[in-house]
Design a protein around this ligand. Structure first.
Ligand code: F6P
Length: 420
């Protein structure tokens, strides 16, 4: 019987809860034991403390690892599963005490009830420094084997999935070392020789190669458009200019789409950098024309990773200075920050995460020692599987192309069809 665990890692994104819900429910429906790992890779590195609180009373104890979950059985009122199942512990933070020192948790059908509509990630996430080191990944491997977990679904951005890919690649080395150090038995070694791992791309940045859309990107875009609409009315009232910085790390998708959706006057994205010499004049020319045509407001959207073609950063304050000094516009800067990441998922992210979560379970169950670990994506409206290794490599290629100023190459790698 497969023990399947799900974790969310890196920056949270709306829809991650829907993904966890789908993975847990699909895993149970397919006869697996379902687990969640709290706090992302951090929780897997830490594992469960020996002394951590484990309720002894039958009514409140979590189901024993290995005990079958009967999806039709009535939930034990006041019991761990029922309470956790109703989401109270996680939603209200009341579970911190009960869950203290416990990161790898067996979950039942009800535990994820109501998850689909809630923003962020209820099982927690972290940016884990320890997992970047081989020792951290070895601890994570040990905890997986100790809990008998043989399938892992990881929902995170490119950094988290790069980590997943590294763990997969190093797996034989880890479990050999754990056997030699006596941390695991020969029987455990034989049973857990292969790690089944599947990636789900959860990120607001939409920066993963090989998928049209990442879980959470649409919601973030929606938040940005709401904010730009709000700013637009006050900008128009005062006839002001606004420079609005949006997230996206090294990727300009959020900025580009927000600019299209809100009819912004100008934008800066890392993939199409302006020349270092005359970006100010080019921008001023367009913005003056818009003013001449009678526009009362000026909206410039700038991706946080924006730079010129020599890779010198272009910051919101630099743009503001140009608008104030050269065009004489009364200019304000608004950094939307984490409002873009928070809040409930829009319907699309709930649906995408649910379809992909279900597919992740099917993929993990179908995987064999000879099939490469997949990442679940969406292309032309169809849920896809592709080798995690390839998606990670292509994503890193995009970053490298930008570093060597091959901007066309970076765009082409993201989607060859749109290469011009
Ligand atoms: O990757 C998601 C993201 O929100 C980026 O857009 C942003 O650069 C970064 O995470 C912010 O990270 P943090 O929440 O750790 O400050």
């Amino acid at each position: 019987r497969t023990r399947l665990a799900c974790l969310t890692s890196g920056g949270d994104s709306a829809g991650m809860n829907a993904a966890v819900r789908a993975v847990v429910k699909m895993a149970i429906a397919r006869g697996c034991e379902a687990y969640v790992v709290r706090e992302g890779w951090e929780g897997l590195v830490r594992g469960n403390e020996e002394s951590s609180h484990v309720p002894t009373d039958n009514a409140t104890s979590p189901p024993l690892a290995g005990a079958p979950v009967d999806v039709n059985a009535p939930q034990r009122k006041g019991g761990f599963v029922a309470t956790y199942g109703e989401g109270e512990l996680l939603k209200e933070g009341e579970g911190e005490q009960t869950l203290k020192g416990r990161y790898i948790i067996r979950v039942g059908w009800d535990d994820v009830r109501g998850f689909a509509s809630i923003g962020g990630t209820l099982i927690g996430t972290a940016r884990c420094a320890a997992f970047r080191e081989i020792e951290g990944r070895r601890k994570a491997a040990l905890n997986l084997v100790r809990h008998g977990i043989d399938a892992l679904v990881v929902c995170g951005g490119d950094g988290s999935l790069t980590g997943a890919d590294r763990l997969r690649a190093e797996w034989p080395e880890h479990i050999q070392a754990l056997l030699e150090s006596g941390d695991i038995s020969q029987e455990q070694y034989d049973t857990y020789k292969h790690l089944n791992i599947v990636g789900l791309v959860g990120s607001i940045d939409n920066d993963m190669a090989g998928t049209d859309m990442t879980i959470g990107a649409t919601t973030a875009l929606h938040r940005i458009c709401d904010a730009v609409d709000s700013i637009s009315s006050t900008a128009s009232s005062h006839s002001r200019a606004f420079v609005i910085e949006v997230m996206g790390r090294h990727c300009g998708w959020l900025a580009l789409m927000a600019a299209i959706a809100t009819g912004a006057d100008y934008m800066f994205i890392p993939e199409r950098p302006p020349t270092a010499e005359d970006w100010q004049s080019s921008m001023c020319k367009v913005l003056s024309r818009h003013r001449d045509e009678g526009k009362r407001k000026t909206i410039v959207i700038i991706a946080e990773g924006a730079h010129d073609c020599n890779l010198n950063p272009i910051t919101p304050d630099m743009v503001k200075d140009v608008l104030s000094n050269r065009l004489g516009l009364d200019t304000r800067v608004t950094t939307l920050g984490h409002t873009q990441r928070g809040g409930n998922p829009v319907a699309y992210d709930r649906i995408l995460a649910t379809l992909q979560g279900a597919e992740a379970v099917e993929a993990v169950l179908a995987s064999t020692p000879n099939t490469p670990s997949p990442v679940i994506g969406i292309q032309e409206n169809k849920i896809t599987r592709q080798p995690l290794m390839d998606a990670v490599a292509k994503t890193q290629e995009v970053a490298k192309a930008i570093e060597r100023k091959d901007f066309e190459g970076a765009l082409g790698l993201r989607d060859p069809e749109f290469e011009d």
